[in-house]
Design a protein around this ligand. Structure first.
Ligand SMILES: NC(=O)c1ccc[n+]([C@@H]2O[C@H](COP(=O)([O-])OP(=O)(O)OC[C@H]3O[C@@H](n4cnc5c(N)ncnc54)[C@H](O)[C@@H]3O)[C@@H](O)[C@H]2O)c1
Length: 328
């Protein structure tokens, strides 16, 4: 097994055409990859195709397509047939976050692909080391964790399981760079990866404060948007601490850390969200409520905002965004 892959593979397979899958397909088409998109459940092909078209139209609107729209569409095959994956050099599983359902899908993928195909999962939090036990060649299995909208974000976490080979990781890193991403590579399979661990620490603390009656959702959102929102994309976390002069960080360890929530329990608010089957903008019920129009406006605004941020960040010199100068 060489793990070698052309910078542009013959085709990439995406299995699962929900929110993330359709967005990933559009993102790959925008970079002129032939894509074999597979809807794993009967009757979802049309809806998947419609979602991909919508996402690809957004790519066009954001000036990401240099050729006529049809050129990109011609690279796409959408089906319910796993056999379509047989020529793919990379197949990315993007189905519901359920380990036993993923196992069934990995078996169907393994039954049709050549033995040198790399298989990846877009799982948010299932350890790659567990998922890779479900495929015939664990060395060629890896996590590729995208963020939505996949075509407009620089973020991509590449997560190695215990058995992922270096050649597999290198091939996927090369691809990620060719997709205009700034990949973060996790050589160790950290549960929840990096970004989800960070955000869940934030969710726990803010739910704790809201439930104590110390603040409201709206107030917390305002604070996060206008503070963190003003520096995150430029600085990340450690440069931000450097920028503040570090003394306050040191003091906070003593004074604030003992006050932060370290509860392992599901918060009452989160339990209510689960009990009332609230799915946020997907069904209009969440921490806030949404009409259909409001939900659509948030989706649209999020895509446009991501593209604007992408452009804004590109205005800053590379030495302000690179990793050089790291003090370890
Ligand atoms: N939503 C996000 O922002 C996000 C971000 C990063 C990673 N992810 C991960 O991506 C994956 C997909 O998430 P999503 O948000 O696109 O979900 P989604 O609900 O929009 O789509 C889920 C897909 O799973 C498929 N599916 C459902 N039941 C199935 C079954 N029994 N057999 C085969 N396929 C089945 C559906 O066909 C659908 O295409 C998950 O692992 C999720 O954790 C999501």
């Amino acid at each position: 097994m060489s793990g070698k892959m052309n910078a542009r593979p013959a085709a990439i397979g995406i299995v699962g055409l929900g929110l993330m899958g359709s967005s990933i397909v559009a993102s790959l088409l925008a970079f002129k990859h032939p894509v074999k998109a597979v809807a794993p459940l009967r009757g979802e092909k049309e809806a998947g195709y419609k979602r991909i078209l919508e996402q690809l139209l957004l790519c066009e609107k954001f000036d990401m397509l240099s050729d006529p729209f049809e050129t990109y569409l011609a690279l796409l095959t959408v089906s319910e047939d796993f056999d379509d994956l047989k020529d793919c050099e990379l197949v990315v599983e993007c189905i519901v976050e359920d380990i036993s359902i993923k196992e069934v899908v990995f078996k169907k993928i393994a039954a049709v692909i050549p033995k040198d195909t790399i298989v990846a999962s877009n799982t948010s939090a299932i350890p790659i080391s567990i998922l890779q036990k479900m495929v015939p060649d664990p060395q060629r299995f890896i996590g590729i964790h995208w963020a939505e909208p996949a075509f407009a974000t620089r973020f991509l976490e590449i997560v190695c399981g215990n058995q992922t080979s270096e050649a597999t990781a290198d091939a996927v890193i090369a691809l990620a760079l060719s997709w205009g991403k700034e990949p973060t590579v996790l050589k160790k399979d950290i549960r929840g990866f990096i970004t989800n661990r960070l955000m869940y620490a934030v969710y726990r603390e803010i739910l704790h404060l809201v439930e104590k009656g110390d603040t409201s959702f709206a107030n917390a959102d305002k604070c996060f948007r206008y503070d963190a929102g003003s520096w995150m994309t430029l600085m990340g976390i450690f440069r931000r601490m450097d920028y503040t002069g570090l003394r306050d960080c040191f003091t906070a360890y003593r004074n604030i850390f003992p006050l932060l929530s370290n509860s392992d329990d599901i918060s009452p608010q989160m339990q209510t969200i689960a009990d009332t089957r609230s799915r946020g903008i997907q069904n209009g019920k969440g921490f806030y409520s949404y009409t259909r129009d409001e939900a659509a406006q948030w989706s649209q605004a999020f895509s446009v905002f991501n593209k604007d941020i992408f452009r804004l960040a590109a205005n800053y010199p590379e030495h302000l965004s690179g990793e050089e100068g790291e003090h370890t």
